[in-house]
Design a protein. Structure first.
Length: 376
């Protein structure tokens, strides 16, 4: 329902609606007879701040019901398509069509349930703990100059986040490739998996994958494949989520119109990696940058991708947002940042765009355990 969607997106809309867009929405809502002239004047003259005007518009439209909410969202799509896309409204509004089967089709579709109680198609997230979260933090390498300063900040942020989300977290520090593969195999054979598995890899990247602390290559497929349906039956049908912070090439994305400044950034070791979307279902692999390009890490505060991920996943989970909507916000957040990198003794501006790839079949919503903690 559009009115419920307005309620769910209320904090993001209050933050994102500009004064220009609010005025445009009011024009459209008056034209469509959602608001009368007195209501428009009340909002424009009594509400002194942009945020108050946004709150008033959202709440008044929501109270007027589904049709009014649909009109406002349609207007937003025209007035601010960037915000509309960033919040994933198009996808959230599309209903799941119901497919009718004839009796003959039903008899041939053996093993298929006709139960329609779970029409939202959401992955279950009820186990306690929610699942296992494995974090590889490859910070130190044979070459001391390769030290990934700031990676401890990413590790701490991920640990705090996933413990708050109800996961059992284990950190593996400075693992060689053989040690990484051994750990991954052990986890794939673990029978204590909950409703979801999460693996975070923080390292340098090169042309074939991510680097172990021994500076050898671990292909991304070797990280994900132990958990496919054939190799890990206890996770069959459950979401397997991988967050990979590593460079994927040596190219630097060019500067665009407006970006947030972030000084003191440095790149990771250059290289290229070729990764295809996994053939198996229920995988999500979120990469810190697109293929062929560097990723950016701040020496004191951590990487742009991981820090944005932790912030947005925390806030989005509180509001019941699904992971793809959250990652869209991460993409927007990170792509607006701007750093300065030293390349061949020259300082150049740099941008980053993360990239999620997935074969998820349902909505994935991380639901925190009901307990007090750092993010409560």
């Amino acid at each position: 329902m559009a009115d419920q969607l307005l309620e769910n997106l209320r904090p993001d809309l209050i933050k994102g609606l500009s004064e220009r867009v609010i005025n445009g929405l009011l024009d459209d809502l008056q034209q469509k007879k959602v608001f009368g002239e007195e209501e428009i004047e009340d909002i424009q003259h009594r509400m002194k701040t942009r945020a108050d005007q946004a709150r008033h518009v959202i709440d008044d439209v929501k109270r007027k019901g589904v049709k009014a909410s649909e009109i406002m969202l349609a207007s937003l799509k025209t007035r601010d398509p960037h915000l509309y896309d960033t919040l994933g409204i198009e996808r959230l509004l599309v209903p799941v069509p119901e497919t009718e089967l004839t009796p003959s089709q039903l008899s041939e579709t053996t093993g298929c349930s006709t139960d329609k109680t779970n029409t939202m198609n959401e992955y279950e997230m009820k186990s306690n703990p929610r699942g296992l979260c494995l974090i590889f933090n490859n910070e130190n390498f044979k070459d001391p100059d390769m030290k990934r300063h700031g990676s401890q900040m990413d590790t701490a942020s991920l640990k705090d986040l996933f413990e708050w989300l109800g996961f059992s977290v284990e950190i593996k520090q400075d693992q060689t490739v053989s040690a990484m593969k051994r750990t991954l195999k052990e986890y794939s054979e673990d029978r204590k998996h909950g409703d979801c598995f999460v693996c975070c890899v923080l390292s340098h990247g090169n042309e074939s994958g991510v680097l172990g602390s021994d500076e050898k290559i671990c292909p991304v497929d070797d990280i994900t494949s132990p958990f496919n349906g054939a190799n890990c039956s206890s996770l069959a049908g459950k979401p397997k989520v991988f967050f990979i912070q590593a460079c994927r090439g040596h190219e630097i994305q060019s500067k665009v119109m407006v970006a947030d400044g972030s000084g003191g950034s440095r790149t990771q070791k250059p290289g290229r990696v070729s990764v295809s979307i996994p053939k198996d279902s229920d995988f999500l692999i979120a990469r810190s940058t697109v293929e062929g390009y560097v990723s950016i890490r701040d020496r004191t505060s951590g990487t742009w991708f991981i820090q944005s991920l932790c912030e947005n996943l925390k806030e989005g989970s509180k509001r019941g947002h699904d992971i793809l909507m959250i990652l869209t916000k991460v993409n927007n957040d990170v792509s607006r940042k701007e750093g300065s990198l030293k390349v061949k003794n020259e300082i150049v501006d740099a941008k980053v765009t993360p990239q999620p790839i997935f074969t998820l079949r349902k909505l994935l919503i991380f639901r925190p355990l009901k307990k007090t903690g750092r993010f409560s």
